[in-house]
Structures are given as C-alpha cells and as structure tokens.
Design a protein around this ligand. Structure first.
Ligand code: PLP
Length: 391
C-alpha cells in the first residue's frame, strides 16, 4: 500500500500536531476525493468548509491559472488590480465599507482585534481595550486568537497569553451586560459556534448584543470564518440574524481552496488602520483574489444560495429520520448531528472505511459538504452515514 510508505515519512518529517484520519488524499473532482491507493470517497467536509465549489472546479481553475500566467505575486506596496476588483466585489455584496485581506481566519481575527482596539484608543485613549468573547467559542490558533477563544482547553502551555479577553455565556444577555465596563471596547462572537459543536446563537440574544454595542460604542465583531461565503444559505450568516456587525471576518470558503482571509468593517471604522499599523506580505495575493472573485460571483447568486438552503434542509430532514440520531443542528450546509450513542469518532472512522469523509466537532458528527454538491452524491453519502450510525 502506498499509504503506509507516505504515512511513515509523514511521521518522520512532519510535526505531530494533527490527529489525522487514515487517508492520504491525492486528487479530487466535485464532491469526490481519491486517495493514494485509488480508493474513492464522497466528501462531506470540503476541507473543513474551504472548497466551497468542490474539488477542482473548472471555472475556478481557469480564473486561478489565468492569473498565474499573468503574475503570481506583487508586494502590497504596489496596487494590485485583481485585489481591488476582489475588494470592490466583497464590499458591494456585503454592504461593508472597506476590507483588509489576510491569509487565514486567525489573521482576519487578529485584524479585527487590532481594529477594534485602535478605534477605541483613538477615541477614548489608553485602557479601553477589553473584548468580550463567548464561552465555547473558537477564533483561531495564534497566541492572541487562542486568548480570544472561550474554551479552557486552549489556554494551556503557551503562557503568557494576550491580555484583555473576558468570556460571557452564549444566549445569556445578562452575562454580557455584567462584563461591560469602562474598559470594554468590543464584543466578538460566532453566530453558529462551529468548533464548539455547531451551536447556533438565539436571534434575540444576537439582537440584544447589537443593541448593547450601540449603546456603549462597542465594536460588534462577528467571526464568520466558518459560517461565511454561502455556507448557511445566505452569503453571510449575519443576514439570517438581521444584524449589522461593525466588523466581519471571513476565511475558509472565501478562497475556494487557496489560503485567504478578510476583515471587513463599516464606515465608522474604515479610517482607523493607517499606513504602518497593519500589514501582511501575502494577504490579497493576486492568484488567491482571482479565485475568490470566481467563488464570490457564483456563491452570491440568489439561485445558488437558495439551493444551499434547500440541500441543507434536505440533509437535515433525512438525518432526523435515522434511528441513531438524537438531534440535527445548524443552518444551510453547516450541520451537526448529535448521536444517541456517544460514538461520533467511531462513526467517522466507519464512514471513512465505507467511502465517505465527515468531520466531528466536540462529540457530534459535523457535515460541511461542498456547496454545489449534487443530490445524487448527497444521497449516496447519507446512505453510508446512516449505516455507520446504525451499525
Ligand atoms: C477555522 C476557524 C478559525 C481559524 O481559521 P484559520 O484559517 O485556521 O486560522 C477562526 N474562527 C472560526 C469561527 C473558525 O471556524
């Protein structure tokens, strides 16, 4: 088996930071992945919500390769026409005023944190820099975004973490109120806690947080790294909640498979970051932007988004009828499946054996299929999943 050789070199040369499943994926097309030994899988993961258009979408490849043939990278000290086009598109589709491009979700959140702190510093001076985040949240793996993450398991080993984060209880507005002081500058949250177990926030809670932010001149930062780019059936999930964040972060699906992140802000904040206050070498790379333009144009089509909602409802309905399923959560095609037996890990392994890729989040099975997956592939995947759950 080619797999065993690759695996032994992996052990030898790559830092052991991932609890990986037993598959070495080599190629793919649409919602199908093929491993090094030629075995085929239906993919309900899209690389953790990254390959929004599936593997190797023809038009996305064309957009990326056309740009590669023109120019692969320029410094952010020069103007990039394709970066400007991407910025104009994302701002016009979302209603935000300006964007900063990064390479990942954590970096997009770093930008959001710096932006909210500098807004407050410019207006109120030193000391007003505390950010209220939520328990059970996830915001990234840098030392600062780990500090912003509301789970104790992440606050270990790497001391000292960045100061200035406090944690409220999701869906408990009193716990948010209790943390607001003259030191607070922002509230930061996911609308559906993804890594935390696909936990959607209550709409009333989110509206109340927005109200508190407006009353106290706090920046409302919404982390849509996982929920964004069509995943929940609208281009961004804040539309489902009827709120308008001051700062929105995006990544994962945004590049369609290339590393990309974005931090968007409204007009109030658009002059806060000035030359010298924030930068990145790769962020807004022309090749990545060319691919992202293709993703954003396609995914923002109302008909495309409608199909994401419909497929999501279809999947949730079918899963709710499976014997071993206790509850199905989520929105659009961001789906969490709570099992009656607490055996998500074994179910995922069983699925892999039988040719289906799925994820876990906490103790549930998590599905993030490519947004343009066919009903045929959905049905084939769900059959494998149902069998694994009931076995
Ligand atoms: C994945 C994720 C991140 C981190 O993104 P990276 O690209 O891995 O840095 C941050 N926030 C949320 C909500 C995520 O799901």
């Amino acid at each position: 088996m080619k797999f065993d050789e690759i695996k032994s070199d992996e052990k030898k040369y790559i830092m052991n930071t991932y609890g990986r499943f037993n598959a070495a994926l080599e190629s793919g097309s649409g919602a199908h992945a093929v491993d090094a030994d030629g075995k085929e899988y239906i993919d309900f993961t899209s690389g953790i919500g990254v390959n929004a258009l599936g593997y190797c979408d023809k038009d996305w490849i064309n957009a990326v390769t056309n740009q590669l043939n023109k120019l692969q990278h320029i410094s952010n000290l020069y103007t990039s026409p394709v970066q400007v086009e991407c910025a104009k598109l994302i701002c016009s589709k979302t209603g935000f005023d300006k964007v900063f491009f990064s390479n990942s979700g954590a970096e997009a959140n770093e930008c959001a944190i710096k932006l909210s702190r500098k807004y407050s510093f410019d207006k109120y001076g030193e000391g007003r820099n505390e950010i209220i985040s939520l328990k059970n949240s996830f915001h990234g793996r840098t030392v600062t975004t780990l500090a912003a993450t509301g789970q104790d398991v992440f606050h270990n080993f790497f001391f000292p973490f960045t100061d200035g984060f406090v944690f409220a209880q999701a869906n408990d507005i009193e716990s948010v109120k209790a943390l607001i002081s003259d030191k607070t500058c922002a509230v930061m949250m996911e609308l559906i806690q993804g890594e935390g177990g696909v936990m959607p926030l209550d709409k009333d809670f989110v509206l109340d947080v927005q109200k508190l932010c407006r009353e106290n001149d706090l920046c409302l930062i919404i982390d849509e790294v996982q929920t964004g780019v069509g995943r929940t059936g609208s281009l961004y999930c804040f539309e489902n909640y009827g709120v308008k964040p001051d700062i929105l972060t995006s990544a994962k699906g945004l590049g369609g498979g290339l590393p990309f992140g974005a931090c968007m802000c409204n007009e109030k904040l658009s002059g806060v970051l000035t030359p010298g206050t924030h930068a990145t070498t790769y962020g807004g790379n022309p090749v990545v932007c060319a691919g992202s333009i293709e993703v954003l144009k396609r995914v923002s089509e109302p008909e495309f988004l409608k199909q994401v909602s419909e497929k999501g409802s279809y999947i949730r309905k079918k899963l709710a009828d499976v014997d071993g399923v206790l509850q199905v959560r989520g929105m659009g095609m961001m789906i969490g499946v709570v099992l009656k037996k607490d055996n998500a890990k074994q179910v995922v392994e069983k699925c892999l054996e039988n040719g289906l890729l799925v994820l876990t989040a906490k103790n549930l099975v998590r599905l993030l299929p490519p947004l343009n997956i066919s009903y045929e592939d959905i049905d084939r995947g769900l059959d494998i999943l149902a069998e694994a759950i009931n076995s």
